[in-house]
Design a binder for this molecule. Structure first.
Ligand code: FUL
Length: 476
């Protein structure tokens, strides 16, 4: 019985008690505890809001007057409640976008909210949203654009001092945060304190010297997942459509991303089976065509959002779904309606796990504490195969036929990502029909079936990097 305390002790400490079977050895690259917590969030919001909202732009030039920032009805609690009602678990706010305007009263620049009409210069959108997030149990995160088209020193060492000071200021005043988001845009034309010129930083990756920034984050907010082009804790999935590739490893080697001759888009999309860091894919996508609010654009439909859920959360990564407050500072009603209907669609589709009524059988098992039953996913238990066994079938049997639309498979990623190839078959009379197949699984994989009606489903794990370690199989 997997609920036995002894089993849980074995699972938690890897070292077995006397006579017990040891857990499989972890793979060489596994997630850190803060990355596992991040995976569990599955989906969270982006919020793009700044001067651009008032100038109708996507990228401000950097010469915009702070006077332009004047939301008439901003309410941080209302914003956070939209996020919460959509079942998004966190909120990452654009504290500063490429135009350099700061949504908090930074002591390092005058180009901020303190010189705007909002609350007579006493407002602090970053602080207000951070506090509302804490009030409502939503995790808070920060986007701080490295590229700054306002700052006179952009491109020099002096700007790096400014930038790191801001990282420190934000984490000290508003941390801890669950994620820091450093986009990849760097350099181009801009205002730059009146220079009005183009400034290109030679290899943005090297200029910003990310390890120094990461050191500040680790010091002030050690649980933060750092998202940046240098792949510290999480990576871009390679597009802004919300689509993680079907073949996707959580691991990648940062040094290779910038090596000459490397197809870096392919590396971001697929990860690397032998990558040296746990740097899983995050799918960032906006509910509207733009990242910022434009009154001529419309939000995605609930059906489109549902498809995005399947291609992001359903492919082993996380979904970062952008919302765009309007000039009032409110999420438009039509966007809220789409979000609410999307949540209902997800809740309905994944409402009742049919596997709860199934018998679980595996063609191979490591033994006590690692048996097929562990895949019901009720606790931290997982099914594992013996050392050297990298292929095995799991069969789910029902007394009365079920109609399956989705199969969900989750690896026990604390020991690393392993599955290389699998297929799913439904029993029809005396034969098996393949209803889905794939390569990688990772934290969570959702497979859409064609609505097979059957008494038996067989998940065939055909190849893996080590013994199989599967935390959960669910059927909807
Ligand atoms: C990109 C930026 O250039 C876009 O404006 C947006 O913020 C997107 C999420 O990241 O790098």
């Amino acid at each position: 019985m997997k609920h036995l305390v002894s089993c849980l002790v074995t699972l938690a400490f890897i070292v077995p008690a006397m006579g017990q079977i040891a857990a499989p050895e972890p793979m060489s690259v596994v997630p850190a505890p803060h990355q596992i917590e991040w995976h569990k969030m599955e989906q969270y919001a982006f919020v793009h809001f700044t001067i651009n909202t008032f100038t109708d732009k996507e990228w401000g030039y950097g010469d915009e007057s702070p006077e332009l920032f004047n939301p008439t009805d901003f309410d941080a609690d209302a914003l956070v409640m939209v996020v919460k009602d959509a079942n998004l678990k966190g909120l990452i706010l654009t504290a500063k976008h490429h135009d350099g305007f700061c949504l908090w009263p930074s002591q390092y620049t005058e180009h901020s909210i303190k010189n705007s009409p909002y609350k007579g210069g006493k407002g602090d959108i970053v602080g207000e949203v951070a506090a509302a997030c804490r009030r409502h149990g939503i995790k808070f995160g920060i986007y701080l654009s490295p590229w700054d088209r306002n700052h006179p020193d952009y491109g020099t060492d002096a700007y790096l001092v400014y930038y790191r000071n801001q990282v420190r200021e934000l984490l000290t005043n508003y941390g801890p945060v669950f994620e820091m988001w450093f986009d990849g845009a760097n350099g181009g034309d801009g205002y730059y304190g009146g220079a009005n010129e183009a400034r290109w930083v030679e290899s943005g990756y090297l200029y910003y010297d990310w390890p120094k920034v990461v050191d500040i984050i680790r010091e002030l907010s050690p649980e933060t997942v750092v998202w940046s082009s240098s792949l510290p804790d999480a990576r871009w999935c390679g597009n802004e459509r919300g689509v993680i590739d079907e073949h996707c490893w959580a691991m990648a080697t940062p040094e290779e991303l910038y090596s000459q001759g490397v197809d870096n888009l392919s590396l971001l999309r697929h990860g690397q089976e032998n990558g040296t860091r746990w740097a899983p894919a995050e799918a960032d996508v906006s509910i509207r065509p733009g990242w910022f609010y434009h009154d001529y654009e419309a939000p995605k439909t609930p059906e489109q959002l549902f498809d995005i859920y399947l291609t992001s959360v359903g492919r082993g990564g996380t979904l970062l779904l952008n919302l765009a407050p309007d000039r009032r500072g409110r999420i438009p009603d039509e966007d809220v309606a789409s979000l609410v209907a999307w949540r209902e669609m997800v809740d309905t589709a994944f409402n009742r796990d049919l596997a709860a009524d199934a018998q679980f059988e595996a063609s191979s098992s490591r033994g006590e504490c690692f048996e097929a039953e562990a895949m019901r996913g009720e606790d931290d238990a997982y099914w594992a195969t013996a050392d050297g066994v990298t292929a095995s079938d799991v069969t789910l049997k029902w007394d009365v036929p079920i109609t399956a639309k989705y199969v969900v498979i989750e690896e026990h990623i604390a020991l690393g990502q392993r599955v290389r190839e699998f297929s799913i078959e439904a029993r029809e009379d005396d034969s098996w029909r393949e209803v889905a197949k794939g390569t990688t699984v990772g934290y969570k994989r959702i497979l859409k079936l064609d609505g097979a009606t059957t008494n038996e489903l067989r998940i065939r794990f055909l190849d893996a990097r080590g013994p199989l370690t599967i935390a959960r199989i669910a059927v909807y």
